[in-house]
Design a binder for this molecule. Structure first.
Ligand code: AG3
Length: 282
């Protein structure tokens, strides 16, 4: 049986058996592969890096959507940068209070292929009337839009290729400009143990733009090498300390059923191992 071996790191990596090839294409922006693996279900690869799998995507998408949305509790307008597979859209649109979601994806073919081959990710969310799709480079969108958002979720690839601009100081500054007062930006920030420099760089850049910045974490099996770090940035310092009772009542009232997220995990996710605290120096 053929194998796919991830090329993200030099001296270490993961391999999947390709049980069924579903699609492979060179888009205008990247090399996309979707295949089926007996253990992880359908797997989507961009430029040699595992982006998402059917079995563990819920961890990543729930943690990036529900942590900011339940912390804020009143978000009406949400911006997703990237997220072409539709998993983030699915989780965000489960919040009934969200009235408008803009998803800005650079690569139309990622959306098209994921709607066809990864339908369990979006589960119809692309057809939700609250959803607006924009095909554009996310860094360009935040630089030019007049729209404002309560929550911005940067569901990007790693800072290699098209994703690189989404880790620049400029991008963070423009995100801040696009946030309503007290709004929050969260970003995928890599696997902390393997990509510690990414966490260091991001913390330095965020600290120049936002009054409060921090990271929270979750272990996502196919982002191998330890815990994944998510950046958190806002001018509302109190948001990070939203008490567990408020989270519980919002979570209960929402009726949203989750498989990873819960209010206790929400609070605990902000506790960082010492090597990570030392790295960000905050
Ligand atoms: N975007 C995050 C991929 C990160 C993988 N990188 C890594 N293992 N460091 C996923 C898109 C899902 N919507």
């Amino acid at each position: 049986m053929p194998k796919f071996t991830e090329t993200l790191y030099d001296a270490y990596g993961q391999a999947f058996r390709i049980d069924e090839r579903l699609h492979e294409v060179k888009t205008d922006h990247q090399h996309l592969i979707i295949f089926h693996n007996a253990r992880y279900g359908r797997v989507m690869i961009l430029d040699g890096v595992v982006q998402t799998t059917e079995m563990d995507e819920f961890i990543y998408h729930e943690m990036m959507a529900h942590v900011p949305l339940f912390a804020l509790g009143r978000a009406r307008r949400v911006l997703i940068i990237g997220g072409g597979d539709g998993g983030m859209l699915r989780e965000v649109t489960r919040h009934r209070g969200v009235a408008h979601v803009t998803l800005v994806e650079i690569d139309r073919q990622v959306i098209d292929m994921c709607r066809t081959y990864l339908p369990k990710h979006s589960q119809g969310a692309f057809d939700d009337p609250r959803v607006h799709i924009v095909i554009e480079d996310g860094s360009n969108f935040v630089r030019t839009t007049h729209d404002r958002f309560d929550v911005i979720i940067s569901d990007s690839t790693d800072p290699i290729g098209p994703g690189e601009a989404l880790f620049e100081a400029d991008f963070y500054a423009h995100c801040k400009r696009c946030l309503t007062p007290g709004g929050v930006l969260v970003t995928q920030n890599g696997v902390a143990f393997m990509q510690l420099d990414e966490v260091k760089t991001t913390s330095r850049r965020l600290s120049r733009v936002f009054d409060d910045w921090h990271f929270y974490t979750a272990a996502v099996p196919t982002y191998v090498g330890g815990i994944m770090a998510f950046a958190w940035a806002t001018d509302n310092r109190a948001l990070r300390d939203t008490d567990v009772e408020s989270l519980k009542s919002r979570y209960r009232a929402s009726g949203i059923q989750t498989r990873y997220y819960n209010p206790e995990i929400h609070r605990a996710a902000f506790a960082l191992p010492q090597y990570l605290r030392d790295a960000v120096g905050g």
